[in-house]
Write a protein that binds this ligand. Structure first.
Ligand code: R5P
Length: 308
C-alpha cells in the first residue's frame, strides 16, 4: 500500500496520540511549525508539500478548546492555501457539542457554529469519536465518520465486574448513550431522573432496580464529575454492589478526579481522546489509536484500489 499519499499532521493538543498513530501506520508526521506571536496570535508554517495528498489533521479540542479550535482552523487554512484538496479533520474530542439546541431563547447553538467554522476554513471530511449526540453529525454539510470507542471501553469494564450487572444512565441526557451500551452488553438499563421541585430543590429518582446489582455508569463525558458523583451516591443509597464508570471523554475539569477518587466508584475507564496528564489510581485509559488506525488503513486501501 502506498503510504506516501497519506499525510497526518498534528496540532499541539495531543501530539502523543498523533505520534502513536503515525508510528503504528509506518508513516511520519507531517512537518509543521506552530508558533505564538507576542500578542497571542497563532501562526503556522507547513514544512512539506501537500498537493495531491490525502491530508489528516489531528486535534482534540479539550482543556483549551478556544485555543485549539483556532489553531486547527489556522492549520486547515494553511493546508488549503498550499493546494490540499481533501482535508480531513480528525477530532477525537469535539468541544462545544453539548450546546446543540437552544434550551431557552437567547442561547447559541455552538455545535452548529463549530461545524460551520471548520467547513469555512476548508475541512472537507470529519472523523469524530463518540459525539455527544448523533444529531451533531447533521450539523456538518461534509462527510462525517463517527467512530465509537464506548463499546470497547464498556466491554473492558464489564469483564472486570461480577454479579448481576446493569447499565446506568446517570442523567436523562445520557439515556441514549447508556441504552446503546446496555443493548451491546445485553444488560438491563437503569435511568436516573432529576426532578426540580423548586428552583433550589432537585430530587433524583431511580427508574429501575439497583439493589444487590453491580453497576456500570455510562456517560459520553465527565467534566466536573458532579453528574457521576451524584449518580453513584444515589445508587449506593439504594444498595448497589460494585460500581464503575465508563466515560468516552475524560475532561476532568477542576478537581473532578479528586472528587471521583473518594466516590463509591471502584474504577473508571476512559479513552485517550483527551490526554490524561494527572495520575489517578482509579482511572484506566484505553487508547483510541487502534480504532483510528483501522479506519485510516481502510481509507488508504480504498484510495490504493481506486488508483490501480
Ligand atoms: C451532559 O449532557 C453530559 O452527557 C454529561 O453528563 C455532563 O456534561 C457531565 O458533566 P459534569 O461531569 O460536569 O457533571
Amino acid at each position: 500500500m502506498n503510504t506516501k499519499r497519506i499525510c497526518l499532521f498534528s496540532g499541539s493538543s495531543h501530539p502523543e496520540l498523533a505520534a502513536n498513530i503515525a508510528s503504528g501506520m509506518g508513516i511520519s508526521l507531517g512537518k509543521l511549525q506552530i508558533r505564538s506571536f507576542p500578542d497571542g496570535e497563532i501562526g503556522v508554517q507547513l514544512g512539506e508539500e501537500v498537493q495531491g495528498k490525502e491530508i489528516f489533521v489531528l486535534q482534540s479540542l479539550a482543556s483549551r478548546p478556544n485555543h485549539y479550535l483556532m489553531e486547527l482552523l489556522i492549520i486547515i487554512d494553511a493546508l488549503k492555501r498550499s493546494g490540499a484538496t481533501k482535508i480531513t479533520a480528525l477530532i477525537p474530542y469535539l468541544a462545544y457539542s453539548r450546546q446543540d439546541r437552544q434550551n431557552v431563547q437567547g442561547e447559541p447553538i455552538t455545535a452548529k457554529l463549530v461545524a460551520d467554522l471548520l467547513t469555512a476554513a476548508g475541512v472537507t471530511h470529519l472523523i469524530a469519536i463518540d459525539l455527544h449526540a448523533d444529531q451533531v453529525e447533521g450539523f456538518f454539510n461534509i462527510p462525517v465518520v463517527h467512530l465509537r470507542c464506548r463499546p470497547l471501553l464498556s466491554e473492558y469494564a464489564a469483564k472486570r465486574m461480577k454479579g448481576n450487572l446493569r447499565v446506568v444512565a446517570p442523567d436523562i441526557g445520557s439515556v441514549k448513550t447508556a441504552e446503546g451500551i446496555a443493548k451491546h452488553l445485553k444488560k438491563e438499563l437503569v435511568i436516573i431522573q432529576k426532578e426540580r421541585l423548586t428552583p433550589e430543590k432537585v430530587i433524583m429518582k431511580l427508574i429501575g432496580e439497583v439493589a444487590g446489582c453491580d453497576l456500570l455508569l455510562v456517560d459520553d463525558l465527565c467534566s466536573t464529575g458532579n453528574t457521576l458523583l451524584a449518580a453513584a451516591r444515589l445508587c449506593c443509597d439504594h444498595g448497589a454492589g460494585t460500581m464503575a464508570a465508563v466515560i468516552s471523554h475524560g475532561l476532568f475539569a477542576e478537581d473532578a478526579l479528586r472528587k471521583l477518587v473518594t466516590s463509591g466508584l471502584s474504577f473508571m475507564v476512559t479513552s485517550d481522546t483527551i490526554p490524561q496528564k494527572d495520575h489517578c489510581p482509579k482511572l484506566e485509559t484505553l487508547s483510541v489509536a487502534p480504532l483510528i488506525m483501522e479506519h485510516l488503513f481502510n481509507v488508504m486501501e480504498k484510495s490504493h484500489n481506486k488508483n490501480n
